[in-house]
Design a protein around this ligand. Structure first.
Ligand code: NI
Length: 172
């Protein structure tokens, strides 16, 4: 089932999310719904708070090449345990901040641990776009958005645009 994606500014996007203690069928269904919502958007990552659920859960799939098999990852309690000194700059966007993009600098390579949908602990090294995407989504679990990396003026400009968009959507 497709979910409604919250648009910034929203207090739920500023909250620190709670760790997932027990993997339930409800949470697995939620993760599947998030993947469906992400692919439909379309996007390459989605965090639970973006659909109003304040649990530490993200989904990502950064496979972009046409014809390449998709690689959906469901990550409960994802955590960056090591990051490279080398950084990467990507033009980031966010499904909660539609049509706004800005360059953000982050570590190029990160080691990440998480619990998968079967309750198994996973660890993987991510590079490039995958690394950026996973870091962006984990930020969401800590109430942080990519615009929080921008200069205040730019951030305020984007926030005002989003407030206008929300007013327009509410009227429609
Ligand atoms: Ni985002």
């Amino acid at each position: 089932m497709k979910c409604n994606i919250l648009i910034h500014p929203d207090p739920r996007l500023k909250k620190v999310c709670a760790p997932v203690a027990d993997l339930t069928d409800e949470l697995r269904t939620l993760a599947d719904d998030m993947l469906e919502t992400m692919y439909d958007a379309p996007g390459i990552g989605l965090a639970a708070p973006q659909i109003g659920v304040l649990d530490r859960l993200i989904v990502v799939d950064c496979v972009k090449e046409e014809g390449e098999a998709p690689r959906p990852l469901i990550m409960f309690n994802p955590e960056v345990i090591a990051s490279s000194d080398e950084t990467n700059v990507y033009e980031e966007g966010c499904l909660s901040i539609p049509d706004q993009y800005a360059e953000v600098t982050r570590p190029k390579v990160v080691d990440v641990t998480w619990m998968d949908e079967n309750g198994n602990l996973q660890q993987e090294t991510f590079d490039g776009l995958w690394a950026t995407c996973v870091q962006h989504e984990i930020d969401h679990l800590n109430g942080k958005l990519f615009i929080d990396y921008l200069k205040p003026l730019k951030r305020q400009m984007i926030t005002r645009k989003m407030q206008k968009l929300k007013r327009e959507r509410a009227r429609a």
